[in-house]
Design a protein around this ligand. Structure first.
Ligand code: ADP
Length: 639
């Protein structure tokens, strides 16, 4: 350090008082420019210097930027300052030795700047540099800038006391600058958040891709203070970016913009941004070789920024911001903000296209459903037609059955009558052989009559011609009568017919003839399918509002796989087991219909070689419409 005693002695003020004054001054504002102005003026005054200038390192730490210069008296030196700024920051000349020197962390004192090799003579003359003192601004061991004091009149070199005072003030100033910067950063972050929030709000309020991108372009331009902006979508196969939406484009640009996809290969700035997946900018487009694209040259804007839109690691396009006249200085914060905006835009595009895909899927689903519905209704119509046709055929078949049965019955009755008469001896005595043949004819005629009767019954039931005429009668009485009739046949087969003691007399409200037909049928089957020595039992019970009839036997039983079908028309258990089965397979079907026509129901339980039980119900009182009916599962089996 090179200091010498001053000719005009410097009267050092009381240091704590100066520091307090400066502290008060700097705490009055958080605006950096305002703060630097106050600090520069107060420092010059406190240190007895004519001028105080403040330099700060640029955010990237690559340049020392002149920020403020003030005289002790507060007198303005604007023209000189502008000139100084221009000379100090002239990039083509490189870093001036004096600037490099004051960027160091040690104080510099120059009593005679005119002789210093660090200072260009032009400066010494222009800024009237008679003495110079530079102290670093250090905060947490990092140099954030420099405080430079200088004298414009002769014979006022800086003393050690002044150097000490300036250094003390510098450490306080560094703290104040950092606070102001922190505040500024906080403000900037806040405004970044607000921008991102605004972008997010505006893009999430629509799923229309075009509208989304127009909004994004606008928000990005407003946030970056750009004049115009455009949103491009990437066609990676063709290696071009295609314009999709724009904001604030001058009319004469609008049309070429809309029509011209930009080739990525011939626009290195865009290529770089896409390769790095990060925003890339240019403050001086005309001089920037990365912007030597013919279309860009024609548009002749001053600054630009391209922020790629990336979603799920995929490049889908980019935002292009333009400053027409002004050379824009880009800060890292701004680049980061534009990166955020572009990524948000990419997400919005992704959402919008996902939505469109879903929409398209829905449309195609709806189409498919409509097609299937149409196919189904065609099939339904065909089914209905064939159902009607089948019903018609069924009716024709029933008619046919009815007619044929009628026609068959008349000659059969005549045959049977004649045979009966012959067997009764009306036509004279019969030889043993004649008797034998005629008896066989009689048995077969009886069988035929039974079969024709079954067919007639079925046809009548199916045509709805069967009329039920209910009356009150004693079910026990009817059952006893029928058992008495059948007893001779049963005993012939070595079977016992029993009526279990039950409620006597059990009165029911039903069609006596039809109940008789049902009972005869069930008892007939029981006798037919029970071997000699077995028992056929009828049990009557009441279970209000129904009477219950159980016809059980100790016969062959029905195999479980056959049981579910025995009430079907024409169904007969496979021969072999029951060699006796020679009916029509209509009996149980008719029984079921007759029981149900009277408001009852029927079910069967059976166990092979142990016998079968048929249980049916009959109402005891007239049934009110839709009144309760018992419903059995038609068949059951016990094992
Ligand atoms: P079918 O007139 O041929 O006897 P049904 O409809 O009356 O016809 O009976 C259907 C089938 O059910 C018969 O072929 C017979 O095999 C079986 N079946 C009916 N009742 C009994 C019973 N009590 N014991 C064993 N099998 C029976």
């Amino acid at each position: 350090m090179n200091t010498k005693p001053a000719d005009t002695p410097f009267h050092a003020p009381d240091t704590p008082t100066v520091l307090l004054e400066i502290a008060q001054a700097v705490s009055s504002t958080l605006d950096l420019k305002e703060l630097l102005k106050i600090v520069a003026q107060r420092t010059a005054a406190a240190c007895g210097a004519d001028v105080c200038s403040i330099f700060l390192w640029s955010p990237l730490g690559d340049r020392l930027v002149p920020m403020m210069s003030q005289t002790a008296s507060g007198q303005q030196m604007d023209a000189l300052w502008e000139e100084f700024k221009r000379m100090a920051s002239h990039s083509r000349e490189g870093t001036l030795p004096i600037i490099a020197a004051i960027g160091q962390r040690t104080p510099i004192v120059m009593d005679d700047p005119a002789t210093s090799p660090l200072l260009p003579a032009r400066w010494v003359e222009q800024f009237r540099l008679k003495a110079l003192l530079s102290v670093p601004l250090i905060r947490q061991d990092v140099a954030i800038g420099t405080l430079v004091l200088h004298q414009m009149t002769d014979d006022k070199p800086f003393t050690e006391v002044q150097v000490l005072l300036a250094s003390t003030i510098a450490s306080q100033v560094a703290l104040a600058i950092e606070n102001a910067r922190l505040f500024q950063t906080t403000q900037e972050r806040l405004s970044e958040c607000e921008t991102l929030l605004a972008v997010s709000r505006s893009v999430s309020s629509t799923l229309n891709l075009k509208e989304t991108l127009v909004r994004v372009a606008r928000e990005a331009a407003v946030a970056a203070c750009a004049d115009s902006s455009g949103a491009y979508l990437l066609d990676s196969e063709q290696e071009v970016i295609r314009p999709f939406a724009s904001y604030n484009l001058p009319d004469w640009v609008l049309e070429p913009f809309q029509q011209t996809p930009l080739s990525v290969r011939t626009f290195p700035l865009v290529r770089e941004a896409l390769d790095r997946m990060a925003p890339v900018c240019s403050s001086d487009v005309p001089a920037d070789p990365r912007c030597a694209h013919p279309a860009i040259r024609r548009l002749a804007f001053q600054s630009c920024l391209f922020a790629p839109m990336v979603v799920k690691e995929q490049l889908i396009g980019g935002l292009f911001l333009v400053w027409w006249q002004k050379s824009h200085t880009f800060t890292p914060d701004q680049l980061r903000l534009m990166d955020g905006v572009a990524r948000q835009a990419a997400m919005a595009i992704d959402n919008a296209s996902a939505y469109h895909e879903i929409e398209a899927l829905n449309v195609s689903l709806e189409d498919k459903i409509a097609k299937r519905t149409h196919e189904l209704s065609t099939i339904n119509a065909a089914l209905e037609a064939s159902h009607r046709r089948l019903q018609e055929l069924d009716r024709v078949k029933s008619d046919f059955l009815l007619n044929v049965s009628h026609e068959l019955r008349t000659p059969l009755t005549a045959i049977k009558g004649s045979v009966d008469n012959m067997l009764d001896g009306i036509t004279g005595p019969l030889s043993e052989a004649q008797q034998r043949y005629l008896t066989r004819i009689q048995a077969n005629a009886d069988r035929l009559v039974r079969m024709i009767n079954d067919l007639l019954d079925l046809a009548r039931i199916e045509e709805g011609r069967v009329q039920v005429i209910p009356t009150y009668f004693s079910l026990s009485g009817l059952t006893s009568e029928l058992l008495d009739t059948l007893r001779p046949v049963a005993s012939e087969q070595g079977l016992a017919l029993q009526l279990a003691d039950g409620a006597d007399p059990l009165i029911v409200y039903a069609d006596r003839d039809k109940v008789g037909q049902v009972l005869m049928n069930l008892l007939g089957n029981a006798i037919k399918f029970t071997p000699s020595g077995g028992i056929v039992n009828v049990e009557l019970a009441e279970e209000e509002p129904f009477a219950i009839v159980r016809v059980s036997d100790t016969g062959d039983g029905i195999p479980p796989e056959e049981l579910p079908h025995i009430f079907d028309k024409f169904y007969q258990v496979q021969l072999g087991r029951q060699a006796k089965a020679k009916g029509t397979g209509l009996g149980l079907s008719i029984v079921k219909s007759l029981v149900e026509l009277q408001g009852g129901s029927i079910r069967a339980r059976s166990q092979v070689d142990h016998g079968s039980t048929f249980t049916f119900t009959l109402p005891r009182q007239p049934l009110v419409q839709a009144q309760e009916t018992t419903t059995f599962a038609d068949t059951e089996q016990t094992r």
